[in-house]
Design a protein around this ligand. Structure first.
Ligand code: FAD
Length: 475
């Protein structure tokens, strides 16, 4: 559906209906907040023909949590009836079968897409909600306490005016970000090196990776992955599996800080012989080791193999781990050399938020302040601009934006990044947004009541007073 007028006014726009935007919608439905949030109308805008899907299903890797974590997002009495059809869904049963192991992201994505469709249909039927699919947000203008969201659909453009804008359009990997991060460490790439985004490569099948890299390997080109997170280790695994048969013998991983492994408890980490800092790497709330920043499931297995055997698997491709940040001096030197000699460097150093053009009323651009791993925002994802002014009514918490650690929920002190993940979108990350959006709706309603009262009073003062019976009398 797309608006029929050039200008539409509503209380809240949810821009981007991937796992982050949909996490907010699911949570609003579960927590009973939808009537408040939709009081002045809510429009969900997504560029894709199937809002609710996002990009998660595109990644050809294993999830970093067990299946039950995703099922938990759908488990709520308020959703039982809406999700009844999922009992007949193959994707649902595939994830249920892997409740205690990590499923493939394509299966997780399929389940979330099916669940999202059910929720969106329910919302359109029962609440003041419109879903504008195949509609792209092109520009957002901040005017006083309001946002003008410019959208395009089939070449037609129109504007939605709203007081709350939840904006999660996914993330992208800007190569200049990588080059700056390397330059900060005194590292550089050769002008001949091709920088390739892990985001693109992680969506390729083994055959596609082989076709893509065969020319590089044919001339003895070297491949280096830069990063140290779940996706860096998934990237190493996918490259090794796909390219070993066409001659790949070695991969290099350049990582800034120490590789961190996740353990459920200090006792487990000690029993595995893992060295960690008993204060900085342990979450004081849960007692878990590297709870936020540690490798889990298949990335953990790859990480352990590399640390133990120097290979992806005991007889797999060799992997050189080179720490470029504070660590052994010779490793920095080898990292510098590896980067300068690589034909391809794969960027696995996080994401930047995908944003439309953001402007103030006078047309000047708005730059959102960044911090390590995402945007500088408060617990509800409300960001600040370049001079530190809070952008009230704007909320971002998805891929590339993330949220800071909530000290009540805990994390290891050594983790200084932003967190984002499906479970967070459906729970903690969206809870604060829902509260803030709902309170803005009430302020708006209160302002409207006062304005209506003022208008009525003015009208009464301007109009002569008649007894009701006389109002229709002819003079
Ligand atoms: C490689 C990788 C692996 C991950 N693995 C996990 C995992 O195992 N578990 C986990 O919990 N999390 C994981 N995440 C993190 C996160 O859950 C996913 O990245 C998730 O897809 C982020 O959701 P999103 O809604 O922020 O972005 P996306 O999934 O990218 O969705 C963005 C949405 O915005 C829409 N959109 C884009 N541009 C516009 C526009 N201009 N106008 C309107 N609509 C637009 C798109 O159509 C899409 O629907 C992973 C992330 C990555 C990168």
């Amino acid at each position: 559906m797309f608006g029929s007028q050039l200008e539409t006014v509503c209380g809240c726009v949810v821009g981007g209906a991937g796992p982050a935007g949909m996490g907010l919608i699911f949570n609003a439905l579960k927590s009973g907040a939808l009537p408040a949030m939709t009081r002045n109308g809510l429009i969900i805008v997504d560029a894709s023909p199937l809002p609710g899907t996002g990009r998660l299903a595109d990644y050809q890797i294993t999830a970093n949590s067990v299946g039950d974590v995703f099922l938990d997002c759908l488990r709520d009495p308020a959703l039982r009836e809406v999700f009844e059809p999922l009992q007949r869904s193959e994707a649902y049963w595939r994830i249920r079968d892997q409740a205690f192991s990590a499923p493939q992201l394509c299966d997780v994505g399929e389940l979330l897409a099916e669940a999202s469709k059910l929720v969106l249909d329910h919302l359109v039927e029962h609440y003041a909600v419109e879903v504008w699919s195949r509609t792209t947000i092109t520009e957002v203008v901040n005017i006083a306490d309001e946002y003008q969201v410019w959208v395009e659909h089939n070449g037609r453009s129109q504007v939605i005016r709203c007081r709350s804008l939840v904006l999660n359009l996914g993330g992208h990997q800007d190569p200049s970000h990588l080059l700056h991060a390397l330059a900060d460490q005194g590292l550089a790439l050769s002008p001949r090196t091709s920088v390739q985004s892990a985001d693109t490569l992680l969506r390729m099948s083994a055959n596609e990776l082989r076709d893509h890299f065969a020319p590089v390997l044919a001339v003895g080109g070297r491949l280096t992955v830069v990063g140290g997170s779940h996706s860096a280790f998934s990237m190493l695994e996918n490259l090794a599996k796909a390219l070993q048969s066409i001659g790949l013998e070695e991969l290099t991983l350049v990582h800034r800080s120490q590789i961190r492994l996740f353990y459920e408890s200090v006792e487990q980490a000690i029993a595995s012989g893992y060295e960690f800092d008993p204060v900085n790497d342990v979450c004081p709330v849960s007692g878990r080791v590297n709870r936020s920043g540690g490798l889990r499931y298949s990335a953990l297995e790859v990480g352990r193999n590399i640390l133990q055997y120097g290979r992806i698997s005991p007889d797999g491709v060799r992997v050189r781990l080179l720490q470029s940040g504070a660590g052994p001096a010779q490793q920095y030197e080898r990292a510098r050399q590896a980067l300068s000699e690589s034909s391809v460097v794969v960027q696995c150093t996080g994401y930047q938020p995908r944003l439309p053009a953001l402007k103030y009323a006078d047309g000047s651009p708005i730059t959102l302040r960044e911090v390590k791993g995402g945007l500088d925002s408060d617990p509800s994802g409300c960001p600040v601009d370049a001079i530190g002014q809070r952008m009230h009514g704007l909320y971002l918490f998805g891929l590339g934006s993330g949220l800071g650690i909530d000290p009540r929920l805990g994390s290891e002190p050594s983790f200084d990044g932003r967190i984002y993940g499906v479970w967070q979108f459906h729970n903690d990350a969206s809870r604060a947004v829902i509260e803030s959006v709902s309170s803005r709706v009430y302020v708006q309603l209160a302002e409207k009541v006062v304005a209506d009262r003022r208008r009525r009073r003015r009208a009464e003062e301007d109009t002569p007073f008649f007894w009701p019976a006389m109002a229709s009398a002819k003079f």
